[in-house]
Design a protein around this ligand. Structure first.
Ligand code: ZN
Ligand code: ZN
Length: 353
């Protein structure tokens, strides 16, 4: 562990340096010293990072459970920052949210308006170096103005956008009865946007304390413990099943169990991804005329939905941020958070203001 690194120090060659959190291998973190970029390629803009949200993907990277992941890597994909130069219509000092999904703009998905599932997608902090550092270069089209938001809020837009995207994909309305399974940050975002659309939202999670807290903090009236079983859940809908079920568990068994909770004519949205095969009984699937959909990442439209919900208070961000650390303490903080995540909704690292 390397702790004593000066920020913005000037080397003998006159170049400024910056700190960057590098995951060298599973369980091996280091606050590294790197040259600070002073220029970005055409169409890219330099951003001085303000806040970095930490999420399940980051913990998977730390633990070595992230599929197709190359070490070493600077992590960090839930990012807010201040534009570091006057360029591409942005002005220096402007607060921005960063969309970390860098798409190719040329594949069929991109051309059809779905850059969130670009065939060549490169996610900052996953497929290329991310933002748990002091300055990065980002394509101008991946920067969204965050006027009206705080730096904390601007760093929460990305994880909430995953849920906003899943809800938009589902097409649910205020007339629907909805179940969200798995209430980590992604499931919570999904439940919040379903609630914002006026749906009757039920939440199901294995962690009873978490459910109680979410009920208290966000007003979810219908909570279900894992041992409620399918009969109890079906009874909660008068036996009809749910119009929309969202899975955000990351568990193949939970995903398979969820098929039976979808009502006739209903929709099942898989938000979480698992490395396993998923199977279901076709007659049960077919008789419901189930609509099954995956939901991946988010697009600009979803980021805008989240920005508006944070700015007007539809989503109370003060209840989301449960843990915080400064960049200089990030190695210890990340190790502690990843060892016990039960009470964490969102942990945020402050890089600058
Ligand atoms: Zn994330
Ligand atoms: Zn593409």
């Amino acid at each position: 562990m390397q702790r004593e690194v000066k920020t913005g120090a000037t080397t003998g060659l006159g170049a400024a340096t910056m700190r960057a959190l590098v995951v060298e291998a599973p369980g091996r973190l280091r606050l590294d010293e790197r040259l600070r970029p002073e220029s970005a390629p055409e169409g890219w803009v330099l951003v001085d990072i303000a806040r970095v949200g930490i999420c399940g993907t980051d913990y998977h990277i730390l633990e070595g459970n992230q599929p197709f992941f190359d070490y070493p890597r600077v992590i960090g994909h839930e990012l807010s920052g201040r534009v570091a130069e006057d360029k591409s219509g942005f002005s220096r000092g402007e607060l921005v949210t960063i969309n970390p999904y860098v798409s190719c703009g040329r594949c069929r998905a991109c051309l059809r308006g779905k850059p969130n599932c670009c065939t060549k997608i490169a996610v900052l902090g996953v497929h290329r170096d991310g933002g748990l550092t002091e300055r990065i270069a980002v394509p101008a089209q991946n920067l969204y103005r965050a006027d009206g938001l705080t730096p904390d809020q601007a760093a929460m837009v990305e994880f909430l956008a995953i849920g906003a995207h899943a809800v938009r994909r589902s097409g649910l309305t205020g007339a629907d009865c909805v179940l969200v399974v798995g209430l980590g940050p992604i499931g919570l975002g999904t439940a919040l946007f379903a609630q914002a659309r006026g749906a009757e939202v039920h939440i199901l999670d294995a962690n009873a304390e978490r459910l109680a807290r979410l009920q208290r903090d966000f007003g979810f009236a219908n909570t279900h413990a894992l041992d409620d079983g399918p009969e109890v859940l079906m009874a909660a809908t008068g036996g009809d099943g749910f119009d929309v079920v969202f899975d955000a568990t990351g568990s193949a068994r939970a995903i398979e169990a969820g098929f039976a909770l979808v009502g006739h004519g209903g929709t099942y949205v898989l938000v979480s991804v698992v490395k396993d095969k998923i199977s279901f009984l076709d007659p049960e699937f077919h008789k419901r005329e189930t609509t099954l959909m995956g939901s991946r990442n988010a697009t600009r439209e979803d980021f805008e939905t989240v920005k508006a919900a944070l700015a007007d208070g539809t989503i109370d961000s003060s209840k989301l941020k449960t843990h915080a650390a400064a960049l200089r303490d990030v190695v210890e903080a990340l190790s502690g958070w990843s060892a016990d995540r039960r009470d964490i909704v969102k942990a945020i690292v402050t890089v600058a203001d």
